[in-house]
Write a protein that binds this ligand. Structure first.
Ligand SMILES: O=C(CO)[C@@H](O)[C@H](O)[C@H](O)[C@H](O)COP(=O)(O)O
Ligand SMILES: [Zn+2]
Length: 196
């Protein structure tokens, strides 16, 4: 096996997926950033969730909001629902893993807040229940998905925003999700603080 060739293949596949995504995703990413800016200007917050690599993406996003992205600016309110192991294990143990995010949203979500729901398949049960809980709390949803959007896509309303990466490969979708998150951080900073 030629390891270098295999690595080059991964790089090229990632570049191709990003190039394809750059043709179709900018309007949705811009819209999602405007939704988030509106929420932040109205004293709302952004809750984020996902599984595995997407749990990491949720935390990546919330840390860039709470701390900073590329410029000096005030902290912005966001929270990953993937980090409190006592809460996650007790909900999973006493109820079900499908409820680990939704129960937190029912406690923390306020009307006008945003849920950033991340799933490459769109079919993770706990992210689906998170969207249902967010709607009950009158929150809007920004969904980062891939493949065919899964059951998540069908749950979204016209007030929500789906950013669906045009790929069937989980790793490639995740790589674009991270780029989308960085675009969102940059666009939020630009719209709120301008001039960089
Ligand atoms: O990072 C990876 C694969 O690249 C995995 O940890 C992956 O995130 C997990 O299998 C997730 O459970 C997949 O969930 P989803 O993206 O389908 O919602
Ligand atoms: Zn991964």
């Amino acid at each position: 096996m030629d390891l270098n060739a295999r690595i080059t293949q991964h790089f090229h596949a990632s570049i191709d997926t990003k190039a394809e995504a750059s043709q179709v995703l900018p309007p949705q990413i811009a819209f999602a950033s405007q939704m988030m800016v509106e929420t932040l200007l109205n004293e709302g917050k952004i809750l984020a969730c996902g599984n595995g690599g997407s749990a990491g993406d949720s935390q990546h996003f919330s840390s860039e909001m709470l701390n900073r992205f590329e410029r000096e600016r005030p902290s912005l309110p966001a929270m990953a629902l993937t980090t409190d192991t006592s809460t996650l294990t007790s909900i999973a143990n006493d109820y079900s893993f499908n409820e680990v995010f939704s129960k937190q949203i029912r406690a923390l979500g306020q009307p006008g807040d945003i849920l950033l729901a991340i799933s490459t398949s769109g079919n993770s049960g706990n992210v689906i229940q998170a969207i249902q809980a967010a709607h009950e709390r009158e929150m809007r949803v920004v969904a980062l998905t891939g493949k065919e959007g899964g059951d998540m896509a069908a749950l979204l309303t016209p007030d929500d925003c789906e950013i669906r990466v045009p790929s069937q490969v989980t790793a490639r979708i995740q790589e674009v999700h991270l780029l989308v998150i960085h675009c969102l951080c940059d666009l939020i900073d630009e719209q709120l603080f301008g001039g960089a």
